[in-house]
Write a protein that binds this ligand. Structure first.
Ligand SMILES: Cc1ncc(COP(=O)(O)O)c(C=O)c1O
Length: 367
């Protein structure tokens, strides 16, 4: 292949640029109708009562946790296989993340291990699941557990826009959902951005105040809030992106099916699992390979002009900023996946011939 097979391909269409220019020319750059419209459209897409636009996905998690009242001394359970930003807000609020190992087929929090961790905990307060790589977490047992122990449930949906579990869209299953519009995500706003989703009026009102200097509708600073707003240019781009998202999601699923079929015969490769009750949105297409082959395969793909990624090199609890601020995690599956997975090119513009080339190159490597 002459052209590089890109790992991601960010779509900014002429229409999106036109919408951005319209907003710039309007002079209404913050706190305007575009953000409000994006919020309404995003809430409709998720099936929630409220959506609150914020400056990025990390801010969405921080404000959601703050709105839930998470504070110093609380324990928040999080999967050991996630991005740092699922737990950095927990630490920022002075609370303690407790890491739970994952189910290696879903790459998401293992409900049995969550129950065990809660039973051993001193101040269980909330659970933050991550719908990792675009695969929904097994939510039914987790919902049973949070109801039984009366814990709050946060869905880190940063990688899973429009993913479904038992017919419900992620971000509508827990108390609050948090999304990222970082440029490589399934949809972006042409830069950083994020969204909070919830059915709870009080959480919505608090999060809305917190993102805008803690001001309520009357202008009174009722909360100690900072500025985490999503601006109008980005919201306008986000609305166009959201319109395209269902089609892009279908294209990602088609690409995943093509990878699945072509890699099924490669003994050394484990492709992502699919489940009857879940609709994956393939933010990433991670494959598991033998540990001693991972770096060699990656290098070989790179030499053959194929972009890849690793999600992630190090388990979240092993990072220095986290390590000293949590009790020791027992998460061998998450740790081992960090050494065994490689993410193959995945984006809506990927062609069948590119997928064929990636898969035949992988086969050549293992021959
Ligand atoms: C699982 C997960 N959570 C949170 C975030 C944070 O989002 P952002 O980069 O928009 O702050 C990301 C993306 O970077 C993510 O992948």
């Amino acid at each position: 292949m002459e052209e590089k097979v890109e790992f991601v391909d960010i779509q900014i269409t002429d229409e999106m640029i036109d919408r951005a220019v319209d907003v710039l020319e309007s002079g209404r750059l913050v706190k305007g109708p575009e953000c409000e419209s994006l919020e309404n459209e995003f809430a409709a897409a998720c099936g929630t009562q409220h959506a609150i636009g914020v400056s990025n996905g990390t801010a969405a998690l921080l404000l959601a946790m703050k709105a839930l009242g998470i504070e110093q001394g609380d324990q928040v359970f999080a999967p050991a296989h996630t991005y740092f930003a699922t737990v950095s807000p927990v630490l920022e609020l002075g609370a303690e993340p407790v890491f739970v190992d994952i189910d290696p087929d879903r790459y998401t929090m293992d409900p049995d291990q969550l129950r065990a961790a809660i039973e051993a905990a001193h101040s269980p307060t909330a659970v933050a699941v991550t719908h990792m790589h675009g695969q929904p977490t097994e939510m039914d047992p987790i919902l049973d557990i949070v109801n039984e122990y009366e814990l709050d449930l946060i869905e880190d949906s940063a990688q899973a826009h429009l993913a479904e579990y038992n017919g419900d869209t992620v971000g509508s299953l827990g108390d609050v959902g948090c999304f990222s519009f970082y440029p490589t995500k399934n949809m972006t706003v042409g830069g950083d951005g994020g969204m909070i989703t919830t059915d709870n009026d009080e959480i919505a009102a608090t999060a809305r105040a917190l993102r805008n200097h803690g001001r309520d509708k009357s202008g009174s600073h009722t909360h100690l809030g900072l500025n985490y707003r999503l601006d109008e240019v980005k919201a306008a781009i986000g609305r166009e992106q959201l319109r395209a998202l269902p089609e892009w999601t279908t294209a990602r699923r088609t690409a995943a099916d093509q990878y699945d079929a072509r890699l099924a015969s490669v003994e050394e490769i484990t492709t992502p699992s699919t489940f009857e009750n879940s609709k994956h949105v393939y933010h990433h297409y991670p494959v598991q390979v033998p540990e001693n082959e991972r770096d060699g395969l990656r290098e070989y793909l790179d030499q053959n002009n194929i972009g890849t990624g690793i999600h992630y090199e190090v388990a979240v609890h092993e990072h220095p900023a986290v390590q000293d601020r949590t009790t020791e995690a027992d998460a061998p599956t998450a740790e081992s996946l960090c050494r065994r997975t490689v993410s193959l090119p995945m984006h809506p513009m990927l062609t069948e011939s590119e997928i064929e080339y990636v898969c035949s190159t992988i086969k050549k490597y293992f021959q």
